[in-house]
Ligand binder design. Structure first.
Ligand code: ADP
Length: 290
């Protein structure tokens, strides 16, 4: 199994939102990390054939997916960001409807729908109308429908939005039990989700693939650039304006700042171990702090 993106570029009118993005993915769980507007949804839509790129190609097992979209769709599962459902359908009916769209056998579809609804913890509400579901329940239904055809390639756009911490743990477990010999790509803003689930991280910054690697490798690139220091109240505003602050807490001596900076920010600042959250802030810092 091999999913390849070759030189994908996307322009909306005159604005380029994806710049020559290339990567190849083998089975594994990949976290797509990027701030709002960095192009994650656009990239997913192109892979899933919902939108056409301006240049470049997407290949699955060396075949161009756009030349034979039905074949790719049959091995693809997708949770779009703007996942829409029919409020008057029950969860079960919705699953069967998606299965029918995918041309699945009816008996198998029923069995698989029940199995998935159970896995995402919706078995008790399978016969309730979706309009009565909470946000987290709808999101779990979205995840279940993406997995109905046991896809080889599963693409999840912000799957943990609206999930509470318990639901997020359940989701992580579901993905790790599902992902064996599959290609799973998910985007999220919650850095800890990526840290727990993803084997590898792809960093998309302003439409460019800025980096990829396992979490510890990426984090080590900012080794020596994360500091902690205590600042007095009079200096706080200036520090916050000039530095990338990854945490701020009060202590008796003053405010303790966690700062990401190439240079030592204050005379008595101490270097600390970087985390993935620090890395996220480093990549997606404001221009004025670069
Ligand atoms: P992300 O998912 O990382 O938040 P998107 O792919 O949604 O990023 O958006 C990338 C950029 O493309 C943004 O600047 C956004 O405003 C722009 N964009 C997205 N969809 C459209 C569209 N249909 N027409 C014009 N610009 C768009």
């Amino acid at each position: 199994m091999l999913l390849e993106l070759n030189h994908i570029t996307k322009k909306y009118d005159n604005t380029t939102v994806l710049h020559d993005v290339s990567f190849a993915l083998k089975p594994g769980v990949y976290g797509l990390l990027g701030s709002n507007g960095s192009g994650k949804t656009t990239l997913f839509r192109i892979i899933c054939g919902v939108m056409k790129q301006s240049a470049g190609s997407v290949k699955y097992n060396h075949d161009d997916v756009q030349l034979n979209p039905d074949a790719f769709r049959s091995v693809l599962g997708y949770l779009p960001q703007d996942f829409s459902y029919y409020p008057d359908f029950t969860g079960m009916k919705f699953m069967l409807y998606i299965a029918a769209l995918k041309g699945m056998n009816k008996n198998y579809a029923k069995h698989r729908s029940l199995e998935l609804l159970k896995l995402v913890g919706l078995e008790d509400v399978a016969k309730k109308k979706i309009k009565k579901y909470s946000g987290g329940m709808k999101q779990r239904l979205g995840i279940a429908q993406a997995m109905i055809n046991d896809p080889e390639v599963l693409i999840l756009d912000e799957p943990t939005v609206g999930l509470d911490p318990k639901e997020r743990v359940r989701f992580r477990n579901l993905i790790s039990s599902f992902s064996e010999n599959k290609i799973v790509i998910l985007s999220t803003h919650i850095v800890s989700d990526i840290e727990y689930i993803a084997d590898e991280i792809l960093v998309l910054n302003q439409g460019k693939l800025e980096n990829r690697g396992v979490s510890s490798e990426l984090v080590s690139t900012i080794h020596g650039d994360v500091w902690e220091c205590v600042v007095e109240a009079s200096k706080l505003k200036e520090m916050v304006a000039n530095y990338v602050i990854s945490n701020q807490k009060h202590s008796e001596k003053g405010t303790v700042l966690r700062i990401i900076s190439k240079e030592k920010p204050t005379r008595d600042a101490l270097q600390v171990q970087p985390t993935l959250e620090d890395l996220y802030l480093y990549y997606f810092r404001e221009d004025s702090k670069k």
